[in-house]
Design a protein. Sequence first.
Lengths: 201, 596
Amino acid sequence: MSFHPLMPYGSEGFQKSERTLMARGEPFAFTAERAAKLEDICSKYPPERRKSAVLAALYLVQEQQQYITASAMRHVAEFLRITPAEVEDVATYYVMFFKAPVGKYVLQVCRTLSCALAGAERVTETLSEKLGIGIGETDPSGMFTLLEFECLGACDRAPVVMVNNEHWHEKARPETCAKLVDDLRQRGLSALSGCHLKVEQ
Amino acid sequence: METVTLTIDGRQVTVEKGKTVLQGAIEHGIKVPYYCYHPGLEIDGSCRVCLVKIEKMPKLQTSCSTLVAEGMVVSTEAPDVVEARASVLEFLLINHPLDCPVCDKGGECPLQDFAYSFGPNESRMEFPRRVFDGEGVKADVDFGPTLMLNRNRCILCTRCVRFMKEVDGDAQINIVDRGYGSEIATFQDEGVHSLISGNLMDVCPVGAITTKDYRFKSRPWDNPEAIDTICTFCERGCNTTAWLRAKPEWAKGALLVRTTPRLNPDVNGYWMCDIGRFDYHWIEGDDRLHRPLVKMEAGLQQPADWREATAKAADRITAAGTGSLRFLISAHASLEELFLIGRLGSALGTPEDGVAISWRAREKPQPADTKFKVPPIDAPNVNGARDMGFPVKASSDGRPDISAFRQQVEQGRVKALFVFDPGPPGSIGDVSWVSQARASGKLALLIVQGALITDLARAADIVLPGASSFEKDATYVNYQGRVQAASRALPAPGDAQEDWQIFVNLGLALGITLGYTDSAHVRADVAAAMSSNAAYAGLADLAFARPVTAQHWLQASNPSERWKWDVMFQDLPPVKFAGRPDPSSIPTVIPLTERD
Ligand code: SF4
Ligand code: SF4
Ligand code: FES
Ligand code: FES
């Protein structure tokens, strides 16, 4: 806008914030199927509360392209008729939304008190050693990403590793971590112990 | 009005039903600190500093989000309130850099004020503060074309977030990385792009959001004079305060350092737009006219004194035939100026179609549901001109329709044209056709009275330097039909005169005695002439502000903080430049003691 003739536009002479920004990414649009699904979810809320569907929308983005990008947030904002800033607010709050490309299996080790006391740090260390990557990184094969997480609500089976936001591996032991990685490579998700509640059912 | 009576600190207070305990306390001068509460925004209850004790409630309550109820017994001074409040302030200061000496808010900062009054004496926090400054990282970041954001100073009150959402209508500011990493940001660091972004500096209770315009320019105690006036840059007429810096005559730089909005619930609420706030540099800029100019035979404009210039103008007008003088008037002309032009015109025998009122209308992109719409018409007095019987013709897009007048000029049917354009630059609308008509000789005489040396003034035979709206007491009628006063904050530069004076003197030179010695007399006559119009009832008694002394600088501004100056900080030492220093008072030195 030309109303500020005396003010430099953009970063001229001023530093930009260095907070981690999500990549712009490829132009994004929901597939017709996902758009219909989201529209259906939106219809469960009163029209003026359409933005309540933002979490669902972001999960759908992740389902479609694995991680969240700026273009995707813009698309979600348009879809829900809110501003991109409001979407970013939510997307940066929840750790379940990945802000960068991740591997096929995202190993999220709980680091909160119960798990920490039961040796979660060792679990993370061993996984990190075995995969040759640090926390927040993805291994060269693109198969694994290692992350830390806060309490997963399964403290009685500590330490807990959550895989891909929905699968559980309980009572993880540093000694068996290397095997877990190998098993995951070979057998996929069935290598996990699963959630005891589900297993017991 | 339904009211509720409750007790605060042993005092019976009566408050309108539906108000909060905090509002009730503020109304009655009871000291309760607050950050996230802002009278122009919705309640948030996030800063926790407004805690009070309410009898029969299990724990301390945030007074900003508790509605008053009949018989409520509130304490703001109970020991547990005092302790909890101090703890909240201690928490708020955990990461705050306390760089007040280099912070723009210093001196008018609620965080300083409340921390002094209600905070603990010391912090018990021993770990390092969270800072954004680091290798390749800066706390101070660009926050759009008008603003800077200092992330270290932010106390996360979310006033800025709510301002954008509720008032601007486009929620551009968000909190990213919520939790320990919480940070105020815009989507992808695009910055705030809004026509009312300057208000974010006002709502921010700390020095986190500052304007690039005012940043590092002055400090409140160096602005000893604040003048309540109105903005004349569009037809809204926001109520504002103009701030003047104290500086010796010879020092460089402008006197006028900023304009801030002043509460008027009926006109602008707590807000003003960025055009009104930032577009003031021309007032003390290089393009101001300081002396009358008269075009010599060779076509060069030469500075002249007033007597010479008015005499010359009168001669040329008389030579052209007094009845042939036509007027092109900017809708920035005040009621007084319009009245005098009307008097001159009728004395000269100017016909009805010999006057045109012009202005600029611009589309101002804003979100559809904004609560603060900036009107398209960039002139303060279109309604005043209409009320006073001037031919005001507007086309459907808000632009003036002066095509018939323009035709007269372009066809060479106007011998002498008087243009009045007191600025801001461009606000009279397109007048390039006037300069063209003068250049091509279709127009034989062009007299321009105004504040700036514009292309039009360069083309003129005689240029009379007038005053901007910051340099005269004048009245305008805004888009609601409300008569408002703009007060004189500074003198006009050089030999420039207030415009009513120029009209009176020009009249004299033409043999027309208007007989006014100050603008109040003109105003009284306008009031008498408009007495049949109820909206003008108060015109003659309108109050004009005079500089407020520095001790009350906050009283004159920042409406949400104003009460503090009424009830809390009366005992502050006087401000630098306010009055003369007393040579007998030896400054007390605080002895430095060694700590063990
Ligand atoms: S930038 Fe200012 S207004 Fe915005 S949250 Fe921080 S302290 Fe509050
Ligand atoms: S809205 Fe109009 S009157 Fe108000 S500050 Fe902006 S330009 Fe001035
Ligand atoms: S602490 Fe790890 S699941 Fe609760
Ligand atoms: S003012 Fe009440 S919680 Fe912030």
